[in-house]
Design a protein around this ligand. Structure first.
Ligand code: HEM
Ligand code: HEM
Length: 194
């Protein structure tokens, strides 16, 4: 059940998942790019990249179920129909990529028969047959999708900043980690719809 506070904000769990995963995803993008250009640190970085990616894969499933059970608060009146559609599309693209990227990472190491070791005794099973051509294709796909995720993230943050700083509709408050009071009923920036 949503309370009056939650109707203009994502639920506490949704906000916790958003910021935890935002930090994890940005770390993964940074580690990914650094490990391919820095051979000296490659093994240390890839040994963080694998388990962190697997944690993202598990969390994104939890987050998607949570999103279905706890839908977002209604869009603010400052967003038109096309913008709402674009924002929803960007959000689902990020969900898709947060799911696909770890799976492809796991799949490509499986196709190369590279041991997929996690911390401690944990080891992932191979999910694809041994095939070096498949490895090469997935390796390229992993890079392309990682950059696509970065692009979508830039668009996402850009849109949030424009709303928060230019339109000044308090858009960021929907997702800030702390609770905020509901907005006043008739703000000057919140035009009343006919
Ligand atoms: C660090 C800067 C970030 C800021 C300021 C930010 C801000 C926000 C805000 C204000 C919303 C609410 C939008 C709405 O009402 O639907 C939101 C939603 C969302 N954000 Fe971000 N975000 C950031 C990073 C990220 C990252 C790195 C990802 C993942 C790649 C991400 C994925 C999402 C998704 C999927 C939603 C939809 C809500 C959900 O289902 O959890 N965000 N973000
Ligand atoms: C959200 C999750 C993930 C993100 C954002 C991500 C991102 C990246 C990025 C940006 C690169 C560098 C690409 C390049 O510049 O060519 C990379 C490389 C790589 N990733 Fe991921 N990755 C994720 C999950 C995974 C997972 C789960 C695994 C393995 C189980 C994995 C294994 C690798 C490997 C082995 C490389 C390249 C190593 C090499 O070239 O030798 N990734 N990743």
């Amino acid at each position: 059940m949503s309370t009056s506070t939650e109707r203009h904000q994502f639920t506490t769990l949704s906000r916790l998942l958003h910021w935890t995963m935002a930090a994890m995803v940005l770390t993964m993008l940074g580690i990914g790019v650094t490990m391919v250009v820095s051979l000296a640190n490659y093994h240390a970085l890839v040994s963080v990249h694998r388990p962190l990616g697997v944690a993202i894969l598990i969390l994104v499933v939890v987050r998607f179920v949570n999103r279905v059970l706890n839908p977002p608060p209604p869009w603010p009146a400052t967003m038109g129909r096309a913008e709402r559609l674009a924002a929803t599309a960007a959000e689902f693209t990020m969900y898709g990529l947060m799911f696909a990227l770890p799976l492809i990472g796991w799949g490509m190491l499986s196709a190369a028969r590279y041991p997929i070791v996690l911390p401690g005794p944990l080891r992932l099973p191979y999910i694809l047959p041994h095939d070096l051509m498949l490895y090469a294709a997935l390796r390229k796909t992993h890079t392309i999708l990682a950059y696509l995720l970065f692009l979508t993230f830039i668009t996402h943050v850009g849109a949030v900043l424009v709303h928060t700083l230019v339109v000044r509709d308090g858009f960021l408050k929907r997702m800030v980690p702390w609770k905020v009071r509901p907005p006043e009923p008739a703000l000057p920036t919140d035009p009343v719809r006919p």
